[in-house]
Design a protein around this ligand. Sequence first.
Ligand SMILES: [Zn+2]
Ligand SMILES: [Zn+2]
Length: 334
Amino acid sequence: MDAIAAAQVLSEIGYLLRQDPKEVYRARAFSAAAWALALERPDLDALHKANKLTSIEGVGEGIAKVLAGLVESGQSSYLERLRAETGQPARDDESTIDLSAYQGDLHSHTDWSDGRATMLEMARGAKALGYRYLGVTDHSPRIKVVNGLDAERLLAQSRLREQVEKEVGIALLQGIEVDILEDGSLDLPDQVLEILDIVVASPHVKLRQDPVAMTERMVRAVNNPNVDVIGHPTGRRPGSREGASYDFERVFREAAGTGVALEIDCDPARMDLSPEHARLALELGCNFSLDADAHAPAEFAYVPMGAWMARRAGIPMDRILNFKPLEALTMIAK
Ligand SMILES: [Zn+2]
Ligand SMILES: [Zn+2]
């Protein structure tokens, strides 16, 4: 059993556990162990043979038992039980996701807003993973607590971007994670958004808006011609914050029509879109962006651990932007 496959099993267990508020701590423990596996990629067979699975960061006796079962049988009876209990059984129409074909990530942060690493560190981290490109999408001004970027700071950031790009040898897409305001307008003027390589528009506040108003808000956002991706489309935080509720079918249909991709944000605290919503979006014709929403280089590992969500949703790789080479990302030029 390779470490990434095991990380995805632990990640899914964490996801299913989060649906029970009483299990939130256990859920976090499984997510943390999944992260450690995705980062360190230990030899699980060797560790199991040596009875040393608990030497992996964040793996205690309970999780070690799940891993031992995985190594021995390739399956987890615990996961099967949780799937049955939560009414989310495995399906026979899941897709295959080949992470070695992964070209880049479209949503990340630096210390220009709330990231914990410099652009140089983020670029090096992405390069070390073999990524060809990275979307640098810090927050827009509305999010004051995180020092969101206005037009002036974006311009300054773009100068740094050029330097870092040359130094590291990776394509950095100058972008923004722009807030979708309550009325569906965006937190930066169109003249600013249209010169950026990539615009991720995300709902962050007022998520409990009435579903009718929330639907209009999201429809307006996906119809802004500068928007490329809707970031974590419900804003949920499983186990702690319910996401926005709206007419998903209508919004996803509009997104399919305007060519705006929907994000599967693999941050274990978000996992948004959920596999169920992603499946609906797939059926309605949407494309996807499978992102880490990384705030530090280590968080790029969220994608390999969270890729099971795209698999469960049955999304073929040709519908996921990150598996496309940069030249094929038509939105970059739009
Ligand atoms: Zn966000
Ligand atoms: Zn973000």
